[in-house]
Design a protein around this ligand. Structure first.
Ligand SMILES: [Zn+2]
Length: 239
């Protein structure tokens, strides 16, 4: 079997898991190589419980290491940008670091958050913008870049605006690795309020007989491939 490289590029520890964690786990389980780049150490996050003399950044890096291990990620690159500071003035440096790390890995596929950052978090938006600009400037060369996000229908259900159009991308069934994703979510112990909220949300969706919980959805943002038939059920389609 030919194996491919899939790289997720994110702002904070936990974005990889609470975001497309199931997809990363799924492709790793199939024998493909998965990579995660995290720009910050999540220093600005709230801690659910923190031992004395430990900074939240240190704690979250350890949690990120544990979570990515659970997801089967081959290599984690954790950069040292400060959480909450990825604004315009940081963009040139952020782009430089992302470009260097991406070219070292040379991924076939890159996963990033959708342009609204899912939650409108400015760090998320900055990372997404940086990756797209790097591709458009031909400084990185993946065959496909996907936006990860919640489908518009699900965003409406949650009373939010935005979201992605998965008909213009891929809908990945992650039910076989759902338990792995939940385990990785629990590894982000300082963020347990967030993971509890997300799990409650999915339990409610499940109850309403909506099968959305078992899918992670992506919109194809960029591709160098000529004949990619959409929608897809496999990110490797066309490679
Ligand atoms: Zn985040």
């Amino acid at each position: 079997m030919k194996t491919y490289k899939i790289m997720g590029i994110f702002a904070h520890p936990d974005d990889e898991t609470f975001g497309p964690g199931g997809t990363l786990a799924l492709y790793a389980a199939q024998g493909h190589e998965t990579f995660v780049f995290t720009a910050t150490q999540g220093q600005a996050g709230q801690a659910a419980s923190l031992p004395i003399k430990t900074t939240i950044g240190n704690c979250r890096v350890v949690e990120l290491q544990k979570a990515t291990k659970i997801l089967g990620v081959k290599k984690l690159v954790n950069s040292e940008f400060f959480d909450g500071t990825l604004n315009e003035s940081q963009t040139p440096l952020l782009k430089k670091v992302i470009a260097e790390e991406t070219e070292k890995i040379n991924p076939d596929i890159i996963l990033i958050f959708e342009p609204g950052g899912i939650s409108q978090h400015l760090d998320h938006i900055a990372v997404t913008k940086s990756v797209i600009q790097l591709y458009d400037e031909k400084r990185i060369h993946p065959k496909k870049i996907y936006y990860y996000g919640l489908p518009q229908e699900l965003m409406n259900y949650l009373g939010r605006t935005g979201g992605i159009d998965e008909k213009k991308g891929a809908k990945i069934n992650i039910s076989s690795v759902w338990k792995t994703k939940v385990q990785a979510m629990k590894a982000h112990r300082t963020q347990k309020a967030d993971s509890a909220r997300i799990l409650e949300r999915f339990a409610a969706i499940k109850k309403s007989r909506n099968d959305a919980w078992q899918y992670e959805c992506f919109e194809l943002a960029r591709t160098s491939l000529r004949n990619v038939a959409l929608p897809e059920t496999d990110l490797l389609n066309g490679l």
